[in-house]
Ligand binder design. Sequence first.
Ligand code: ADP
Ligand code: MG
Length: 327
Amino acid sequence: ETVVNRIAAGEIIQRPANALKELLENSLDAKSSSIQVTVKNGGLKLLQIQDNGTGIRKNDMGIVCERFTTSKLVQFEDLNSIQTFGFRGEALASISHVAHLTIITKTCTDPCAYKGTYEDGKLKEPVKPCAGNQGTQIIVEDLFYNVATRRKSLKSPTEEHVKITDVISKYAVHNPSVGFTLRKQNDSNPDVKTSPNSTHVDNIRSIYGNNVAKAVEPVETSDETLKFSMKGYMSNANHPMKKPIFLLFINNRLVDAQGLRKTLEQVYTLYLPKGMHPFLYLSLNIDPRNVDVNVHPTKHEVHFLHEDAIVDKIKGAIELKLTGCNA
Ligand code: ADP
Ligand code: MG
């Protein structure tokens, strides 16, 4: 049973950056305004995230790592209209099957913080009181220590660190009210640092550089019958990028939608010199009932109802800006 769980967990958490994405979403769900990530060896030795959110009640600490334990589904119908990031209560459970997991957490009502260590979905020993501020610290050590196949399929720690940086950078651009930091353990210079109460453009500047920040302008569109709206920032025709930068959020989840991405890159080829690329950060809100929520957590590729019509609409909005005409 444990081996089966471990394999299943290794399917959900395929690499450190997947684990981090789940943990970031949990911290954001918990209404944190500060999220600090520390890693060692590309997250394989250590992946630690400290937030200042709501915390986990002491009484819930025994069950948070059991599969399908979630505080985010009130009733089953919610599965069809899920608004929060988390959807299945599988992230912490999966991580506890493939790593050494420690949680230190404090709510505003508990008198002190509590610490729990987990293995295969269960607490290893009763939770202990300890010192700590309000919020949650999740410490993931020795990721995949017990899944040799997964370990072997990974790239170098350096490449895993690049992927971690990419994920946190994108969440930082999308959540300018939250201050994010990413640092390597024992390295005083952070790889990512944003302030709380920034703007999207502030964070584009601090992460992607001033040239990108100067190149972007806002873009938006919406359609009532298609039940969607889109807001974001796009680079203009005068500021081509050497490589494409594409950030797509649907209902606040970082996702991939190859169809949309290809269509938009295609639009830009008409306006940019050959071999040059756009920067695009798009945040879509789509009626949750129209988004395919049944996707496996590893499939960042998302599909939604009226996809062709919505892609067309977004394409139109971007083309309009690129041509500069007000049709
Ligand atoms: P889900 O996010 O789908 O609910 P997870 O396995 O990611 O499932 O988390 C399980 C539960 O643990 C959450 O529903 C939440 O109650 C609690 N939790 C996890 N991380 C945090 C956090 N950073 N702050 C507060 N609560 C958390
Ligand atoms: Mg979650």
